[in-house]
Structure formats: C-alpha cells, structure tokens
Design a protein around this ligand. Structure first.
Ligand SMILES: *[C@@H]1O[C@H](CO)[C@@H](O)[C@H](O)[C@H]1NC(C)=O
Ligand SMILES: *[C@@H]1O[C@H](CO)[C@@H](O)[C@H](O)[C@H]1NC(C)=O
Ligand SMILES: *[C@@H]1O[C@H](CO)[C@@H](O)[C@H](O)[C@H]1NC(C)=O
Ligand SMILES: *[C@@H]1O[C@H](CO)[C@@H](O)[C@H](O)[C@H]1NC(C)=O
Ligand SMILES: *[C@@H]1O[C@H](CO)[C@@H](O)[C@H](O)[C@H]1NC(C)=O
Ligand SMILES: *[C@@H]1O[C@H](CO)[C@@H](O)[C@H](O)[C@H]1NC(C)=O
Length: 761
C-alpha cells in the first residue's frame, strides 16, 4: 500500500533528473489529467485534451460517450505527454451523457492503466442558422425571397434538415416548409408570394433546426410615397442640464428641393421619476422652416428641479412640418440621452473579481458619455482598501480613450478582500466636488494551500489572427515548472500544449524578467502590520499562435503541477479581432453606369465556395436598420457558444452606478449585489474556461470551508451559454437608424453559385 503510493513520487523525482529514461522500472500507472468541454454539442467534433504526467512511452487513450446506457461515440489516440482526442457527437443528441476514458499501455493483454468518467451536458444546438430576406419591407403581391444559412460553431456549412414557417402579424401560420434541404453547402432558399390583401404589419419567418427556433421579421406595408422627407438631427447627448443644446430639423422633397412651411416641435423628457418612466413637462414651439431649422432643447424647462442624482432619461422630440402646399409629415426621435452625472464609470469586463495574494492586481475603468462614447479628460481617483482604515493604494489618473488603467503593485498575502472605489473628481481639469457617486468593486482572494499563485497578464489590445500572442505571467513560487495550457473558444478546445520549464541557469537569454522582483507591502496611512510581507515574484511567459478558430473570444487556461500534486492555475479571456478564413470580395466592372447598360460583377472566394449574391436598390438599407446580416451579427452568434459559469456572467452585467446610492452609509452590509466570501481556486480556473476535469494526480479543488470561505453562497455551477462581450468590442449599439423612407425598390439579383475559378455574373 505504502510502496504503491511512494513509487509514483520517486518516479517523478527521477524524471526531473533524467527525463524519459528513468530507472524506476516497475510498471507504474502513469498519472493523467483529462479536460473536456463541460457542454458537448450535437453534431460537433468535441476535443478532449489529455495530459500524461509520468510515462516515457505513448499511452493509448480511448474516449467514449454514453447516452442512456448506449455508446454513441468512440475514439482513441496515442498520447505522449500531451495531446488531444476528437469525439464526434451524433446529431440529434441532447441531455446528459457520460464521458468515459481509458488509458492503455502498448500490450493488449495488459489491463487498462487508468479509467475515469464524468458526466457532460449535451446541448442539442450544434449549429447556427442565419436567415436573410431580400428586403426588409414588402408591399402586397411582392414575393419574399428567403435564404437560410446553417453553419457549425466553426463556421463550416452543414446540411441539416430544416423546418420553416411564416406567421402574419395576427399570428396565423401562412405557409410552412417541412424537410427543407439545403441545395448548396448549407444554404436553403424559399420564396413566399404575398397575396393582394395581406395583413399589414410585422411578419415573422421561423426556422427550426435541432429543436432550436430562429426568427427573422419583415414588414408588409401599403405603398405610400411620401411627398417629402423629414429628419430630426438631435444632439448626441445633453452635456449639462442647465444649458440649452441645439437640434436641427431637415425637410426635403424626395427630388432634393427644400420644403418651406411651418415646423411644430413638441418635446419632453422621459424617465424623470425616481423609479417609473415618468414624463416631464412638454415644451411646444412653432417656427418657420425652409429646408432646415435649428431649435433649442432646454432640458431644465422639462424636468423637475429636484431630479435625483442617478437621473437618466431621454429627450423625446416630435417634429411636425406642414408645407406651404398643404402636405404634412411627422417625425419622432428619442435617441438623446440626458443624465445628471455626465460620465459613467464602470470596471471593464476583463477586470477580475479576484486577486492573487502576493501579486499585483491590474484593472481598468471605462469612462463614457451618455451616448456610450469614450469620455476624455476625466480625472478619476481609484482607491483600494483592505478594511475601511487600511488603504493600500490610491491613484488619480486622467482618462485617455475613455480608459484608465491601474495596477495595485502588491496585495498582501494575508488579504481576504479588497474594496475598490473609483470616483470622478474632475472633468477636463475642473473639480466636480462631491457630485459623483463612487463605483465600487469588491475583490476576493484566490485560494491556494501552498500560497503558490500564477497570474496571467491580459493582452492590452484585441489579438489578431496570425500573430504570435505573448502572455506574460507572474508567479509567487519559482517559475521552473512545465506549463500546460488549453485554449477554449466557442465552447470547444482549440489549442492544447505544454511549455517546458525555462532553464534557470540560462540567465543570458531572458535577462530582466527572470530575476525575482522584491516588493514590499506599502501602506500610506498606517505603518505596515508587524512583519512586512515580502514575496519573491518571478515572471515567465507563454507564446502561442493566434488561429482563426480563436475568433472572437478565447479563454486561456494555464496550469502547472507542484510536487505534492497541487495544481496551480489561472485563466483569462482574450478578444481576437474578427476574421473570416475564406475572404470573399466583390468588384464591379464600372463604378458609374447609365440605365440599360451591362455591369459585370466579379466574385472572388476560395475554390469550391458557395457564394450567394444579392443586388437590390441601396435605399432599402434606409427602410429599416439592422435587417441585413453583418459579420458582427455572425460573431455575436458565435460568442453564444462560449461556456461560462452563469454566476460570473451575471455579475459582469451592468454598471455599478446605482450601488453607490445604498453604499454611502451602509458599506459592506449584506445588501450588495456581489456576495462576500466567494473564493476561487485552481478548479474554478478550469470551470471558467468551460472545462470538466478528470485526474488521478492533480488536486485542484481546495476552496476553504468555514468562516468567510463558505461554499454556500456559491450557486451550483450551471453551464451557461451566455455571451460575454469581449473587452475591446464596441460598448454601445449604434444609435437607431432614424431615416425612414417608404419606397419599394425591386431586387435585381438573388442567387447562389459555386465558385470554380473566378466567376462573373
Ligand atoms: C426572435 O428571436 C429573438 C432572439 O433571437 C427573440 O428575442 C425574439 O423573442 C424572437 N421573436 C419571436 C416572435 O419569437
Ligand atoms: C406633445 O407630446 C405629448 C406627449 O406625447 C402629447 O401628449 C401632446 O398631445 C403633444 N402635444 C401636441 C400639441 O402635439
Ligand atoms: C524549482 O526551484 C526550486 C528552488 O528554486 C526547487 O526547490 C525546486 O525543486 C525546483 N523545481 C523543479 C520542478 O525543478
Ligand atoms: C471604382 O472606384 C474605386 C475607388 O473608389 C477604384 O479603386 C476602382 O478602380 C474603380 N473601378 C472602376 C472600374 O473604375
Ligand atoms: C476521476 O477524476 C476525478 C476528478 O478529477 C477524481 O476525483 C477521481 O479520483 C478520479 N477517479 C479515479 C478512479 O482516479
Ligand atoms: C433557390 O436558389 C437556386 C439557385 O440560386 C435557384 O435556382 C432556385 O430557383 C431557388 N429556389 C427558390 C425556391 O427560390
């Protein structure tokens, strides 16, 4: 019994001295760590990452997926040290399944070296559907042309049977298609002719695949050609509640001539109440207009004098123009935000909610104006406290590009919580006094029994496909470890590898970062507690190639194993700029042409691609915004495959501006939306990356019990496929398209073709 336990340890020590030709000849079971996505997807080839710790020979690893007692997928691979096995999940599978793994030696007569199993959830949704119509608005008797694109999370076309139906605005099913078959790699199409008296309004196309329903709406309207076009051009946002801003109304006939007449403006402010959507006083103004006319927006005339500090509303503007020839148009706009605190403060999504004791803490604060644009020249004060009296860090910094980055150089080993407070103190150098409420963030300590912590530094900008990414990392224990890493994107493992320990005696190659950095606990207000904590921190780094499979959001997990079997891990999310592997381009033979002339269209794409081309009048883009499929929409859908723990995700939503209200007097009471006493450990680094682990060597879960470190506050882990927006992606949706035109152009081209060489239409 004892011998059996001791030999693996001995074996490992020998390996350190002379890898691969150890002397411990006893046929010892190699140790393993197997990580797999916690959510499998129907039809997807799932990647299982295998790490074998102490075997000089290849180990044959078999993986099997069992659902309702039956084997549904099986695969195997020979693994030396580290490798992956792919398991193709059958389409149509959903629910709980069992993932079983075996390790076998070279000879068949030997029994398995190891066996383990874990349950995984199989999500029925293994493909995404994008629905495209030729136009956003149709009139009676028009034909609605519909294309449906089905792709895997890897953006590869899949030919799956689809069902589709169309509902009119009353909810009646107007038509349906059963067993639609894609005609060309993953693309299915249908046509729906509208009757001569269809129900006017918003119609819906529903497409069902693998039990998931996707929808897309279009409008049916009567043909009413407006005499003239009326546009409201409001300010981006209200800078100051006491100052009047200017808006503009423009009225032009469709052939370009300015409209003369009378303009009536009716304005008010929405959301002036404390909780409800109360409306302020209306302001009515009638003026003359010739083509365009400016008008004043004076918010203080519309809102009560005592609007609360957290007041945020919008200005509603109705503009009515009656032209001299008697026709009338009304336009409405409610896109101008107005708030009492001009600048919003929030911690960026990649600012972590945990710190690693003994290491620095890096965070970022985002400052934005009410329209979401980055706020420049804002001075913020950031403070970090261990207790209300124990401040460990204070900095004042001015925003650039809407951001303020900060780094707390050292968090004491003894710290369990850190309270972060960010306050706007000046705008463009002008002090704002106590007008701004602070934004708080509570950080809790990561836990490791050995006090070995590893901390990855997030990249400062979104990575680009094709580059070699460099992730520096700090460690409170010596950096002479073999580092293992996994990259998960869209819920699957896309890269897996190991990096041998840097040879410490080769100082010359890596000069500065290898030398331990000595840091002292500095305290501003009080002398440091008894023995000043002193930690040796070493720095190492990981380099990896950024591949298209990591778009748009990757999760990197790194870990190493201490001699006592403790796993030390860290994980982070990184954004990768969107990139399509197949670059499609379209060129015309002429930029300008006369009616009736022939224009050549040249489509370029990888050989064998299926390309769908649509040509419609450009003005349909003005009819209704957001109807056209965009690359951003495709990547947003892909982000949905990311597996995150729901708990982490919910905390990352929303700003903390309102928390300050309650927090003023009652700091640290139980009313805060973020719970105290949540400690993370190496196991949670795997969970956050969306991985389940099987291992007979590495201990990962050592969250402390009792006291502050209670598990009860942690809701059970629920694999959640939520979209965590990457840092670096745009923070605000673009303002609603305000242009409305009711003009129905025809569709000229609507067809798909296979690219053999270059194709001209
Ligand atoms: C259409 O899909 C969106 C999400 O993609 C959903 O929010 C919306 O409720 C759906 N609409 C209908 C009518 O089902
Ligand atoms: C101005 O707008 C308010 C709010 O919708 C509305 O109740 C009121 O009737 C409008 N007044 C005029 C003259 O259009
Ligand atoms: C790493 O270095 C420390 C001392 O610096 C030593 O005690 C330890 O055994 C080394 N570990 C490995 C895996 O080489
Ligand atoms: C069309 O315009 C683009 C730039 O605006 C130019 O690069 C291209 O050569 C033009 N094509 C033709 C056929 O004139
Ligand atoms: C299987 O993996 C789990 C999770 O890592 C571990 O707790 C368990 O001991 C392993 N079972 C065996 C038989 O090694
Ligand atoms: C679907 O597209 C193909 C190729 O573009 C075309 O030949 C076919 O007529 C279309 N079918 C429908 C129902 O629109």
């Amino acid at each position: 019994m004892w011998g059996a336990l001791l030999c693996p340890l001995l074996w490992r020590l020998l390996l350190l001295l002379s890898p691969r030709d150890g002397v411990c000849a006893a046929p010892q079971a190699p140790a393993y760590l197997i990580a797999a996505p916690s959510v499998f997807r129907s039809g997807v080839e799932e990647v299982i990452s295998v790490t074998i710790f102490n075997s000089p020979r290849e180990v044959m690893v078999q993986a099997q997926l069992v659902a309702q007692g039956e084997e549904v997928a099986w695969s195997q691979g020979a693994i030396l040290d580290k490798g992956t096995i792919k398991l193709k999940v059958p389409t149509g599978l959903r629910g709980q399944a069992l993932l079983q793994v075996w390790g076998r030696g070279g000879r068949a007569e030997e029994g398995p070296l190891f066996h383990n199993q874990t349950s995984v959830t199989v999500d029925g949704r293994g493909a995404s559907v994008f629905i495209q119509t030729d136009k956003p608005v149709y009139k009676p008797r028009h034909r609605v042309l519909i294309s449906i694109f089905t792709v895997t999370p890897n953006l590869r076309p899949v030919s799956q049977k689809l069902e589709a139906y169309i509902l009119d605005p009353r909810g009646s099913r107007m038509t349906e298609w059963r067993h639609l078959e894609p005609f060309c790699c993953g693309v299915a199409n249908m046509t729906f002719p509208l009757s001569d008296q269809p129900v006017l309004g918003e119609w819906f196309i529903f497409v069902q695949v693998q039990g998931h329903v996707y929808n897309k709406s279009f409008e049916v309207q009567k043909y009413v050609l407006p005499k003239f076009e009326l546009l409201i051009d409001p300010p981006q946002y209200i800078r100051d509640l006491d100052i009047c801003e200017k808006g503009t109304v423009r009225a032009r006939y469709t052939f370009g001539k300015p409209v003369s007449g009378t303009l009536t403006i009716n304005m008010t402010v929405n959301g002036v109440g404390y909780y409800s959507q109360e409306v302020g006083r209306p302001v009515l103004r009638t003026i003359k207009i010739h083509g365009s006319q400016d008008f004043d927006i004076c918010v203080k005339d519309m809102i009560p004098a005592d609007v609360p500090e957290h007041f945020r509303g919008t200005v509603s503007i109705w503009a009515t123009v009656t032209s001299v020839d008697g026709s009338q148009q009304v336009a409405f706009d409610a896109s101008t935000p107005v708030q009492r605190q001009l600048v919003d403060v929030r911690y960026s999504k990649d600012t972590r909610k945990e710190f690693k004791p003994g290491l620095s803490y890096v965070g970022k604060v985002e400052l934005s104006y009410p329209d979401g644009s980055p706020a420049e020249g804002v001075t913020v004060q950031i403070r970090a406290e261990l207790t209300p009296k124990d401040n460990i860090y204070t900095i004042e910094s001015v925003s650039r590009g809407g951001l303020v980055g900060f780094e707390i150089p050292f968090i004491p080993m003894s710290a369990q919580h850190v309270w972060l407070e960010t306050k706007v103190v000046a705008l463009n150098g002008k002090p704002v006094g106590a007008q701004y409420l602070p934004s708080y963030l509570s950080l809790s300590s990561w836990y490791s029994p050995s006090q070995c912590y590893l901390q990855l530094q997030p990249p400062s900008r979104p990575l680009q496909v094709g580059e070699e990414a460099h992730f520096p990392m700090k460690s409170t224990c010596p950096c002479n470890f073999t580092l293992y890493y996994e990259v998960a994107t869209r819920g699957n493992i896309v890269l897996s590898g190991q990096q041998p320990a840097p040879l410490t005696h080769q100082r010359s190659r890596r000069a500065a970062p290898e030398t331990p950095i000595r840091l002292m606990h500095l305290s501003e207000t009080e002398p440091p507690p008894a023995p000043a904590a002193e930690v040796n921190v070493c720095v190492t780094s990981l380099r990896l190639a950024v591949s298209p499979s990591m778009v748009p959001l990757g999760r990197l997990l790194v870990f190493y194993v201490r001699e006592n079997g403790e796993g030390v891990a860290d994980s982070l999310q990184f954004a990768v700029e969107t990139f399509f592997e197949n670059q499609v381009s379209l060129t015309y033979s002429a930029n300008e042409t006369q009616p009736g002339e022939v224009v050549d269209l040249r489509v370029r794409a990888a050989r064998g691609s299926c390309v769908c081309v649509t040509a419609v009048d450009k003005s349909i883009y003005l009819l209704r915004s957001g109807f056209q499929l965009t690359p951003a929409q495709v990547f947003r859908e892909l982000e949905d495959y990311d597996v995150s723990d729901a708990f982490g995700a919910s905390r990352e939503d929303g700003s903390f501006w309102w928390a300050g209200l309650a927090a003023r007097r009652r700091r640290r009471s139980s009313i805060f939306p973020w719970p105290w006493g949540i400690t993370k450990d190496s196991g949670s680094a795997f969970t956050e990356t969306g991985l389940v682990v099987m291992t007979d060597l590495v201990s990962l879960n050592h969250r402390q019990d009792g006291g502050l470190y209670t598990d009860e506050a942690v809701p059970a882990f629920q694999p959640h496929t939520g979209s965590l927006v990457a840092a670096g992606s745009s923070r605000q949706p673009p303002r609603a398209e305000k242009t409305k035109r009711t003009f129905f152009p025809e569709t000229w081209i609507w067809r798909c073709l296979n690219i053999r060489s270059d194709i001209s239409i």
